[in-house]
Structure formats: structure tokens, C-alpha cells
Design a protein around this ligand. Structure first.
Ligand code: ARG
Length: 573
């Protein structure tokens, strides 16, 4: 639809020019004004003339009528209704233009090179070693990855960094707990679960024995000083953890370009702290070094503790400088829970005050909290729900459903994983990211609801129609000929034509939910079409060909859209 919108915008601009008035518009501004009318009788696109009425000093109705007369377009009829200029687009545009374009472009449909030459660094997932990789990290992991895929779809060079929480006193606690109660065999066997259990135990015991806090601080100080035993333990813990995270990432189809934890910046902070000092930004407050941000309505940003050790913001500042010097990013995007919004606002401000000209390229993308309703998940860490446990539960449920349905597939385990994990990802990403949500696994797994399995199932349906067509000797690419579409066919073609704009919107708002809702629109239109139109059994040959073209175009668009939100697309379910 973008192409058509641009054509309309050009034609409207030409008509405005022809009217000779000083309208102050550009193709871009007119493009931005175009709307989708609420009902099909009003046409497919519409230009509200109210804004123009101010500059042209004429009533909107008069502008709409005048423009309607002046505009001459083959693809669309322009007619005024009230203050709106409505465009009735010829069905030909959708059936022929859109469908053929999608089939011809295939996987490239919806892509562009607008980001060529630009670099985006994305910081997401970033769990904390020693603490569980839990539900709260689902958002950063899948929103972050989807944003990466969306940017790549538009030609940006993307660099993903897992900013592991591998530094700070929590590591001291972990080391202390291991030395006190752990053993090599235990951790080798139990892996990260065992580490988390030790960490949990540390907190329980520290409630009774205050001296443990001091012990943890000592262990961390030793680690910072390069003590060989602690360094070896610490490296081992990180290795174990990354190995474990990678299992979850593999299920999600995620790979990181870099694992650069907070520790990586331990030798890069002094220089930044020194720069803050030189710029007169640092103040001493009860022994700690802070940057006062009261002028900007924020509490101070803590840079150094009174014992001289660095803090989370200090590491983030050093990391941003390193990333800029290394990758020269056009944007650096951080995806974390909204609970960290203040943290980011504070240190972004500090970077600006330090005089870094790229400070305005830092973007924080926050998301809301997630709770899981009505489920029992046994974990070893109290109330925390581990991501891998949630995935496993969902995969097991899908296996149950598949065996109840009597599904027989060669790669049943793989499909169950794709559908089980996909149900969670899709169910989660269906919500605007900033909303706090309560997640219901039962609902997310309903094959008949607006869910991941339903979307994947619809995709598989397109695959099976195309496979049957192939057996029957049809090539869907051979769609040609004149054809007048019925309402269901036209509705589907229109839905497919919107893909490019949906990607634009999702990128502009950092909002993968736009793609998820779009996927649901396509599925609804496709299933209405599928249930009302015979495809291979249609009476006329041109009907068969046209409908196969439509199925193929759906297959392409739906497949690409699903991939953009971290969903797999099994051909059979
Ligand atoms: N490790 C942090 C957490 O689990 C998230 C890190 C986000 N990235 C950053 N550069 N601060 O809450």
C-alpha cells in the first residue's frame, strides 16, 4: 500500500499546486495525512481536509470537492464526502498489483534498504549470573530480538550484545556461598540450578548471620583484585551460565554477536570517572561520588561508592563509550523492564553532560511486568518462575494436545517445541510492551483463539494447499489473467498489502505487538477466504489460479511476519 499511498500523495500535491494556492505541503506531509477510512463503502484511503482548510482559508468540504475534480488517477476514483476526500481504489490494484508484487518479491516483500550504512547496537536479554534467568527476562529477550530482526529487515547493520550481569557484590555472594556450602561435583551435576540454589541459600543464611554480608564483600574485593581462586571460580560460573542460557536462546532462535558482561568494562571506567571529575560533574556525598541531577528533576546518579567501587550506572557509561568507539552506532537501543527507566534517564543525562555528541543516540525501550496466572511451576528458587521451566511446561502441554488430536509427524518433538515456545512468545508479544500483563498459558495454547498456535496453524494450512497444488501440477507463480475478486478475496489482498506500513510502524514505535496484531488480521482474513472459497476445487481455471496466487502471497507475507516476531513456521502441525 505504501507505493499507492505515495502515488496518491503525489497526485494530491499536483492538484494542490494546480490550484495555485500557497499550501505549504510536501509529498511526505500529504502521505502522513492519508488515513484508512472506517468502512469499505468510503473507499480504501482518505484525505481529511481539515488541516488544509487552515492554510488555504477555505472550508474543508470545498477543498475536498475541488481536489476531487482536479485529481486524475487511473488506479483510484476520488470523491468528496464532507470534509474528506475519499479514494476508491480499483480492485485490480489489489488483485493484480499487490499479489503479483508479493509473489515476485518473495522473501524480499516488505524489506527495504532504508537502513543501509547505519549501525544499530542492541543491548537485550542480559541476565544476571548467579541469579535465575526468569520470567522477567522474557520481555527483554523477545522484544529485543524482534527489534533486531525488524531493523535487519530494513537493511540496518545490527549488533546484538548480551550485557551479562557478571560483576558486583552478587558475585561475591555467589563465591562465598559456593565456598561455604557447595562442591565441584554438585555444581557440575546441577549446573545453574545449583548455583541459584546456593545463591538463595546465601540470602536465607544471611538473615540469621549478618557477618555473611561482609564475607561476600570480601570475596568480591578479592575477585576485583585478581585473586586466582576467585577468578577461576567466577569464570567457571559464567561459562556454566552462558551454556545454560544458550539452550533457551536456541529454542527461541536467538544468537548474540557478543557476550560482553559488565566485568568487561572494569578497566574502562576510571577514564570516564576522570572525565566527569574534569568536567566538574562529580560531587562527594557522604563519601560517595555522585552527579547531581536535581536541575533535571532526577535524583543523583551514583558513580562511585564510598569505598571507591563502581556501580551499575558507571559500568553502563563505560560500556556506551566503548560501543560508540568500537561500532560508531547510529543508535544504541536498551531493552529492559520499565523499573529501570530512571536508571537509563539518569546515566543518559550524565553522558550528555560529559559532552559526548552521540548522547542523543541512546534509546531506552521499557516494558511492563508479567505475571503468570493459575499455574504450578516447581522451581528451586522460591517464587521465581524460570523461563526454561515455563517453556518446558508449554512444550509438554503441546505434546499432550497433539497426541489427543492424533497428530502424526516425523519431527513431532521439534514441532512441539516450535509451537510450545511460540505460544509463549506470541502470547506475550501480542500486548503493547509497556502494559503490565498477566499471562495465561492455557489461553496462549488455545488452537482456536488468537494465539501463536492458531497463527502457525494458519501458516501450515497455506503450506498444505500449496503442496497439494504442486501435486496437481499447478505452479502458483503462474497466476495471470483478468479476474474480478469477491469480497473475501479482496479483503485478504488488502490485508496483505499493508505489511510494509506495519513494519514502518513497529520500527517507529519499537513495538513488535504491531506485527503480532497484523498477523492476526491476516489469519482472520485468510481463514474467512479459506472457509468461503474453494481453491483447487473451484469451477473456473482462472479462479483456481487466482486463489493459488492469493494463498502463495499469504504464505510469503505471513511467514515473514511470523519470523519478525521470533516465531518458527513449521510446514505441518
Ligand atoms: N542485567 C540487568 C538485569 O537483569 C539488565 C541489563 C540491561 N542492560 C544494561 N546495559 N543495563 O536487570
Amino acid at each position: 500500500m505504501q507505493q499507492l499511498k505515495r502515488q496518491l500523495a503525489d497526485a494530491i500535491l499536483a492538484a494542490l499546486d494546480a490550484a495555485g494556492a500557497d499550501h505549504g505541503q510536501t509529498t511526505e506531509s500529504v502521505y502522513g495525512m492519508l488515513e484508512y477510512p472506517p468502512s469499505p463503502e468510503l473507499g480504501e484511503l482518505s484525505l481529511p481536509c481539515f488541516k488544509l482548510s487552515r492554510t488555504l482559508r477555505k472550508p474543508p468540504q470545498a477543498i475536498a470537492s475541488e481536489l476531487a475534480e482536479k485529481i486524475n488517477l487511473e488506479l483510484a476514483d476520488a470523491s468528496p464526502t464532507g470534509g474528506y476526500l475519499n479514494f476508491k481504489v480499483s480492485p485490480e490494484y489489489f488483485t493484480r498489483g499487490v499479489i503479483q508484487k508479493i509473489i515476485a518479491e518473495g522473501e524480499n516483500y516488505g524489506r527495504s534498504n532504508e537502513g543501509e550504512g547505519k549501525t544499530i547496537v542492541l543491548d537485550y536479554s542480559s541476565p544476571n549470573i548467579a541469579k535465575p534467568f526468569h520470567l522477567g527476562h522474557l520481555g527483554t529477550t523477545v522484544i529485543g530480538h524482534s527489534l533486531r530482526l525488524l531493523h535487519e529487515f530494513r537493511g540496518y547493520r545490527c549488533i546484538s550484545i548480551n550485557h551479562l550481569g557478571d560483576w558486583g557484590t552478587s558475585l561475591g555472594k555467589q563465591i562465598a556461598a559456593y565456598k561455604l556450602w557447595g562442591s565441584r561435583e554438585q555444581v557440575e551435576q546441577g549446573g545453574v540450578d545449583e548455583l541459584v540454589a546456593l545463591y538463595v541459600r546465601f540470602h536465607e543464611e544471611a538473615e540469621k548471620d549478618e557477618s555473611l554480608w561482609e564475607r561476600a564483600r570480601r570475596e568480591f574485593a578479592l575477585l576485583e583484585g585478581g585473586d586466582p581462586e576467585n577468578t577461576e571460580l567466577w569464570k567457571w560460573f559464567i561459562e556454566l551460565s552462558i551454556e545454560e542460557y544458550k539452550k533457551t536462546y536456541r529454542q527461541l532462535g536467538i544468537e548474540f554477536d557478543y557476550y560482553l558482561g559488565e566485568s568487561f568494562y572494569s578497566d574502562k571506567m576510571a577514564e570516564q570517572v576522570e572525565l566527569m571529575r574534569q568536567k566538574g560533574l562529580l560531587k562527594i556525598d557522604e563519601g560517595a561520588s555522585i552527579v547531581d541531577l536535581s536541575e533535571y528533576g532526577m535524583p543523583p546518579c551514583l558513580i562511585l561508592k564510598s569505598d571507591g567501587t563502581t556501580l551499575y550506572p558507571t559500568r553502563d557509561i563505560a560500556a556506551a563509550v566503548y560501543r560508540y568507539n568500537t561500532f560508531h552506532f547510529d543508535r544504541c537501543i536498551y531493552v529492559t523492564s520499565a523499573g529501570q527507566s530512571l536508571h537509563f534517564a539518569q546515566w543518559f543525562k550524565v553522558v550528555e553532560l560529559m559532552g559526548y555528541p552521540w548522547a542523543d543516540r541512546l534509546v531506552h525501550v521499557p516494558y511492563g511486568t508479567m505475571s503468570v496466572g493459575g499455574m504450578k511451576l516447581g522451581t528451586r528458587s522460591g517464587n521465581t518462575i524460570l523461563l526454561k521451566d515455563l517453556f518446558k511446561l508449554s512444550i509438554d502441554k503441546v505434546k499432550e494436545i497433539m497426541s489427543e488430536k492424533g497428530t502424526e509427524l516425523d519431527d513431532a518433538d521439534k514441532v512441539a517445541e516450535d509451537v510450545g515456545v511460540g505460544a509463549i512468545v506470541f502470547g506475550y508479544l501480542a500486548n503493547s510492551r509497556i502494559k503490565d500483563i498477566s499471562f495465561d498459558l492455557q489461553e496462549a495454547l488455545n488452537f482456536d483463539g488468537n494465539t501463536g498456535p492458531y497463527a502457525q496453524y494458519t501458516y501450515a494450512r497455506t503450506c498444505s494447499v500449496l503442496a497439494k497444488a504442486k501435486e496437481a501440477g499447478y505452479s502458483a507463480e503462474a497466476y495471470t489473467g483478468e479476474y474480478t475478486p469477491n469480497a473475501a478475496e479482496l479483503e485478504l489482498a488488502k490485508a496483505l498489502s499493508l505489511f510494509g506500513e506495519k513494519v514502518d510502524d513497529a520500527l517507529a514505535q519499537y513495538e513488535p505487538s504491531i506485527i503480532v496484531r497484523y498477523i492476526l488480521d491476516i489469519c482472520a482474513s485468510f481463514n474467512r477466504f479459506y472457509n468461503s472459497c474453494r481453491i483447487l476445487g473451484a469451477e473456473r481455471e482462472e479462479e483456481v489460479r487466482f486463489r493459488l496466487g492469493l494463498v502463495r502471497a499469504t504464505n510469503i507475507t505471513l511467514g515473514s511476519a511470523l519470523h519478525l516476531v521470533c516465531m518458527r513456521t513449521p510446514a505441518k502441525i
